[in-house]
Design a protein around this ligand. Structure first.
Ligand code: ADP
Ligand code: MG
Length: 310
C-alpha cells in the first residue's frame, strides 16, 4: 500500500489499524455533520412503502457492488428488512455478503429464466439481521443471451419481485447490476423505482453517465414510468488529490439534489472486506469506510422516510 507522508496526509490515509471513527464533528471527507435519522435505540425510519433501488453505472469498478452490499447491511443493522438481488454473473455481492454462489446454486438465474420464486432461493446473510440475498452464479452469464428469446424479457425480475413483495414485508430491495446496459441491467431498471448511481472520484467520472441517463429516459418512457434517478453517491474519494475535489464539485453541479452529502473515501478496509465474505461494517466497524457507509445509509433512509416518522 502506498502510504503518503507529509502535511497533506489526511486522517483516513493513516494505516487503518484500529482506526478511530471521526470524532468531534471533524471529518476528513467532505460532507460534514448531518442530522441523525436514527431513533434513540439506533433504528432507522421505515419507508412508507418498499423502496426498490437499482445500483447502476455501466462502468465497471466504480463501487456499485460495494455500495449495494454496505448500504443494504447498514439499513438492516438499523432494524430494516432488506433484500439484495445479485444481477451480476460475477456474484460479487453474494461473496461480500458471505453467501455461497458456486455454479449450480439456485438464485437470480432460476428466477429470471425458469420463473422460480424469489422466496425459494433467497438466503439469509449473517452480516445483519433480516438481510436476504438472491445470489447469482456464473450461470447467470448465459441469461443475458437466453433472455433475448424469452417472453417479456425486460420485466421478468419486476414480475418476480412483485409476487415476492405481496407476501414478504421488505423495506428495501437493492439490485446490484453488472457493468453493462444489457438485459440484466434492463431487468433491474424495469423492476426498480429508484436508481442509485455510484460515481468514482476520478478522471472521466461523468463519462458514460449521460449514456446511462439516456437509457433511464428510454426505460421511463417505454417500460417503467416510476423510475427516478434519486441518488448519486461519490465513491473512492481521495482527499490528497485536487482532482477528487474537482470531480465532487462537477458531480454536485450536475446532480445537485440527488448527490448525497456523505462521500465514501478510498479505504483499504473497504476493499479488504469482501475477501473475508464480509461488509466493511462487520469487518472493521470503526474504520472511516464503515462510518461513511452508515452515514450514507442514514441519509438515504431520511430522504425516503414519511413525515410522520421524523
Ligand atoms: P463495481 O461493482 O462497480 O464493479 P466494486 O464495488 O466491485 O465496483 O469496486 C471495485 C473495486 O474497488 C473492488 O475491488 C472494491 O473492493 C474496491 N473498492 C470499492 N469501493 C472502494 C473504496 N471506497 N475504497 C477502496 N476500494 C474500494
Ligand atoms: Mg459489481
Amino acid at each position: 500500500m502506498h502510504v503518503p507522508t507529509g502535511p497533506k496526509r489526511a486522517r483516513f490515509d493513516v494505516p487503518e489499524e484500529g482506526a478511530e471513527p471521526p470524532v468531534g464533528g471533524e471529518t476528513p471527507v467532505p460532507g460534514g455533520t448531518q442530522e441523525s435519522a436514527r431513533t434513540e435505540d439506533g433504528a432507522l425510519p421505515t419507508p412508507p412503502s418498499t423502496r426498490i433501488i437499482v445500483v447502476a453505472n455501466q462502468k465497471g469498478g466504480v463501487g456499485k457492488t460495494t455500495t449495494a452490499v454496505n448500504l443494504a447491511a447498514a439499513l438492516a443493522m438499523g432494524g430494516l428488512k432488506v433484500l439484495v438481488v445479485d444481477l451480476d454473473p460475477q456474484g460479487n455481492a453474494s461473496t461480500a455478503l458471505g453467501i455461497e454462489h458456486e455454479s449450480g446454486i439456485p438464485g437470480t438465474y432460476e428466477v429470471l429464466i425458469d420463473g422460480a420464486a424469489v422466496a425459494d432461493h433467497a438466503q439469509l446473510s449473517e452480516e445483519a439481521p433480516n438481510l436476504w440475498v438472491l445470489p447469482s452464479t456464473i450461470d447467470l452469464a448465459a441469461a443475458e443471451i437466453e433472455l433475448v428469446s424469452t417472453v417479456a424479457r425486460e420485466s421478468r425480475l419486476a414480475k418476480a419481485l412483485r409476487t415476492y413483495l405481496k407476501t414478504h414485508d421488505i423495506d428495501y430491495v437493492f439490485l446490484d447490476c453488472p457493468p453493462s446496459l444489457g438485459l440484466l441491467t434492463l431487468n433491474g431498471l424495469v423492476a426498480a423505482r429508484e436508481i442509485l448511481v455510484p460515481i468514482q472520484c476520478e478522471y472521466y467520472a461523468l463519462e458514460g453517465v449521460s449514456q446511462l441517463v439516456n437509457t433511464i429516459n428510454l426505460v421511463k418512457g417505454e417500460l417503467n414510468d416510476e423510475l427516478q434517478l434519486s441518488t448519486v453517491l461519490l465513491t473512492m474519494f481521495d482527499a490528497r488529490t485536487r482532482l477528487a475535489a474537482q470531480v465532487t464539485d462537477e458531480v454536485r453541479a450536475h446532480f445537485t439534489e440527488e448527490t448525497l452529502t456523505t462521500v465514501i473515501p478510498r479505504s483499504v478496509r473497504i476493499s479488504e472486506a469482501p475477501s473475508y465474505g464480509q461488509t466493511v461494517l462487520t469487518y472493521h466497524p470503526e474504520s472511516i469506510g464503515a462510518v461513511c457507509y452508515l452515514r450514507a445509509a442514514e441519509e438515504i433512509a431520511l430522504r425516503g422516510a414519511s413525515k410522520e416518522d421524523l
